[in-house]
Design a protein around this ligand. Structure first.
Ligand code: AP5
Length: 223
């Protein structure tokens, strides 16, 4: 297992930029815990006994909008604390999408003595590439594995053998809404926030999956 000095890696990028794909790579290589707020929200949706007020807040997700901050903090902070208690760092996949969220997480990291161990990693792609990728994405309905881009014609998960599924928000109308609301225009202020804090590294996400992983490893291994 490789080491670096960060306890928290914040992945930032438009929908479909490869946050989930590269989070899996980073967690394997460095032993981090993977926290995807999208996955936490989808798990909540699938929990019949979930608090009704929380379920109501999920309506925004179905429309391609951001869900209320209160629900994000409740789910993410609890998951992060679990990994910290076990002595693990975390990769935050989509957990920070506004400057307000970045500031709130900043307070949370400071309370845990981790403020100097945070790095933001931008995976940069165009909104056009986002649309093209999300329209073709396949995920496993059971283990949630994200299939690599060249998976046309596959109907079973290469990891667990179960059936593939299409995410509910990969419907064409919702994809369009997600890119309008969560595309590069809305990501830019978060990038600027971390750049101004001196806590940003950027990789070109338009390259192949392996080349993006190599660039991430090169950047993190020297730190
Ligand atoms: P979430 O599940 O996080 O969705 P997202 O941000 O839209 O990102 P995606 O998971 O769609 O894409 P990704 O960047 O992980 O790309 P992936 O690796 O899958 O969030 C869902 C919703 O939850 C949000 O819309 C919002 O409503 C809500 N939410 C979540 N967090 C929130 C927060 N903090 N605040 C408020 N609301 C929140 O790759 C995509 C495809 O591209 C795959 O097919 C993959 O194989 C392919 N691919 C990956 N890399 C490459 C490459 N280099 N070249 C070619 N293809 C590639």
């Amino acid at each position: 297992m490789k080491k670096n000095k960060f306890s928290v890696i914040v992945l930032i990028g438009v929908p479909g930029s490869g946050k989930g794909t590269q989070a899996a790579f980073i967690c394997d290589r460095y032993g981090y815990g993977h926290i995807s707020t999208g996955d936490l929200l989808r798990a909540l949706e699938a929990t019949p006994a979930a608090p009704p007020d929380d379920l109501l807040m999920l309506a925004a997700m179905k429309e391609g909008k951001l869900v209320p901050d209160a629900l994000i903090y409740k789910l993410a902070f609890q998951a992060i604390e679990t990994f910290f208690r076990e002595g693990h760092g975390v990769v935050l996949d989509g957990a920070i999408r506004t400057v307000e969220q970045a500031e709130e997480y900043g307070k949370f990291f400071a309370e845990h003595g981790k403020e100097d161990q945070v790095i933001a990693l931008e995976i940069a792609i165009s909104d056009e590439s986002s649309l093209a990728r999300l329209s073709k994405r396949k995920v496993c309905g059971t283990c949630k594995y994200i299939l690599p881009p060249d998976s046309a014609g596959r109907y079973e998960c290469p990891k667990c053998g179960n059936a593939l599924a299409t995410r509910a928000d990969d419907d064409p109308t919702v994809i369009k809404a997600r890119i309008e609301r969560q595309g590069n225009k809305s990501v830019a202020p978060i990038i600027e926030y971390y750049r101004s804090c001196g806590r940003l590294i950027s990789v070109d996400g338009e390259q192949s999956v392996d080349r993006v992983s190599e660039d991430i490893a090169s950047a993190l291994d020297v730190m």
